[in-house]
Design a protein around this ligand. Structure first.
Ligand SMILES: O=P(O)(O)O[C@H]1[C@H](O)[C@@H](O)[C@@H](O)[C@@H](O)[C@@H]1O
Ligand SMILES: [Mg+2]
Ligand SMILES: [Mg+2]
Length: 287
């Protein structure tokens, strides 16, 4: 039987998450069709709009009203210099719009991701697919769902029978592109059925959790891309780890996830590292 604070939090979490998530999805769906003011962050490919900021502020204000003592790690606050420090305090880890480049181009793979950790343990995650009204959720020890349907990862162990998802991070210098394309080439040489990029790391990770893909890898994503999706994948029976094969390091800006450990290790062994620094190292560029 979970302790009282977890039962109470659990009930309030789902209420707050579903209400604020539903509201912000309405805002995102409306803004997707409208003219946008676009800025760039760490590179010309790393975009942000006023809707990213509006949605992030709205989610944080809603959560702060209910949980004033909690801490927050959020993408656009981090871009403005806020520290990404995961302490033992209850912490919300937020990506207000995952797939901002898609959002700017009206490409409908856009999500809101809200993760939650206590004592540095990921407890809960929700990811809203804004254009398809799908709520992916996972709570540690209680399973993962898409709306009311339970999620189960693929059990594939053979890379030559795998559909692999990835995303390109924001770095576009020639050396990074050579490494990125080299990783993709090695997986295709290993006869993977395909390698796909949809432009939203969180939605790609949800496809993995639902068994629609067999593996995911990326260099250059962030803790706010990973937090909610990690709970959802683990609760769907999958594995989320570091690209070195070591346990996941949420702040290391890199990940391999798969339905089976064998598949994850095959992917990890094929990858050459692309260095993006760390979310919690203020000195490294968060690009
Ligand atoms: O749209 P974002 O919230 O900036 O997330 C990006 C992510 O930062 C990048 O690394 C890629 O994974 C993209 O697919 C995400 O949308
Ligand atoms: Mg993101
Ligand atoms: Mg984002």
């Amino acid at each position: 039987q979970a302790p009282m604070w977890k039962r109470a939090l659990d009930k309030r979490l789902s209420k707050v998450a579903s209400r604020s998530g539903a509201l912000v999805c309405l805002i995102i769906r409306k803004a997707l069709t409208e003219e946008k003011r676009i800025s760039t962050k760490t590179s010309t490919a790393d975009l942000v709009t006023e809707t990213d900021h509006l949605v992030e502020d709205l989610i944080i204000s809603e959560l702060r009203k209910k949980f004033p003592s909690h801490r927050f790690i959020a993408e656009e606050a981090a871009a403005s210099g806020a520290k990404c420090e995961l302490t033992h305090s209850p912490t919300w880890i937020i990506d207000p719009i995952d797939g901002t480049c898609n959002f700017v181009h009206r490409f409908p793979a856009v999500a809101v991701s809200i993760g939650f950790a206590v004592h540095q343990e990921l407890e809960f995650g929700v990811i809203y697919h804004c254009m398809e009204e799908r709520l992916y959720s996972g709570r540690r020890g209680r399973g993962a769902f898409c709306n009311s349907q339970r999620l189960q990862v693929s059990r594939e162990t053979d890379l030559s029978k795998a559909l692999v998802l990835t995303e390109i991070g924001p770095k576009r210098d020639p050396a990074t592109l050579r490494l990125f394309l080299g990783n993709m080439e090695r997986l295709l040489h290993a006869s993977a059925h395909g390698v796909r990029m949809i432009g939203s790391s969180t939605l790609a990770l949800c496809h993995l959790a639902s068994g629609a893909a067999d593996a995911y890898y990326q260099f250059g994503l962030h803790c706010w891309d990973l937090a909610a999706a990690t709970v959802i994948i683990r609760e769907a029976g999958g594995i989320v780890m570091d690209t070195s094969g070591a346990p996941l390091d949420l702040m290391a800006c890199r990940v391999v996830a798969a339905g089976t450990r064998e598949m994850a290790m095959f992917i990890a062994q094929a990858l050459q590292t692309i260095n993006y620094g760390r979310d919690d190292d203020q000195r490294s560029s968060n690009s």
